[in-house]
Design a protein around this ligand. Sequence first.
Ligand code: ACM
Length: 267
Amino acid sequence: MRAGFVQFRPVFGEIAANIETMLGLVSSAEADLLVLPELATTGYTFTSREELARISEPFESSPSLDALQNLARERDCALVVGFAESSGDALFNSSALLYPDGDRKLYRKIHLFGAENLFFTPGDIPFEVHDFRGVKLGMMICFDWFFPESMRTLALRGAQIVCHPVNFVLPWGPKSMTVRSLENRVFSITANRYGTETRGEYSFSFIGSSQVISPVGEVLADAPREGDSVAVVEIDPALALDKKLNKFNDLFASRRPEFYGNITGKD
Ligand code: ACM
C-alpha cells in the first residue's frame, strides 16, 4: 500500500482556497491513502462558537468533503481529512475517511485541546476501525496522542494504520508518536499544518514535521517544520499484525489486564 501525508498551511476561513490547495497537492501524489491535517478546510483558530457554527458543515452533505471525495474517486485513493462538523446544535472537530467508491466514515475528536473546549463539543463516537482494501484503518485527531488509550484502543480493535490529522503546536508530538507506534506495533501517519495563526487573543505556531512511522518506530518519511510537503511511502500493513517483540513477548498477548484494574482516575 502506498500511504503518506499532505502538509500545507490552511488560510483561516478561506474554505474554497484551502480546498483548491488540497486538490492540487493530492493530485501531485500517487497513493492509495493520504492523510491531511486537522481542520484543514477551515483553519484552526476560532474565536467564538458563532464563528465556528457559521463555517461548520454537516458530515453527510458537506461541499468541502464532496469536492475532496470527487478527487478521491478520480485518483482511486482514500483520503483522511480534518474538518469542522455541525450536527444539530453540536459542533465537532472531526475527521472524515473518504473512500474512492463514495463511502465515508466519521471520527469526532475525543480529547479537545485548550480553547477548543470553549467552542467544540467533545467527540461522542468510540474509537473505531474501518476496512480499506483489506487493511484496518483507525482515526484519531491531534491531542488524542497525549492519551495513550486512544491509540491503544484503536490497535486493540485491530488498526494497522492510525491516520492522525493534527495541528501540532507542542514540540513532543512527533517523537511521542514514534513511541505510540512502537508500543502498539502499528503504522501511524501524522499530517500537520505549518505557519502561525493569530486571531483575537489566540496565537498558534504550528510545527509541521508531518511523518509516517512504522510498527517498529522507524521514521519512514518526514516533512520540514515549514512548507508544503507531500510524502508517500510503500508500506506492508501486514507488519502491523505481528505483535511479537521476541520469541517470549507478544505485545498484546503479554498484556496483563487483570492487574490493570478498571481504574477511571475519577474515583
Ligand atoms: C491540538 O490538539 N490541535 C493541539
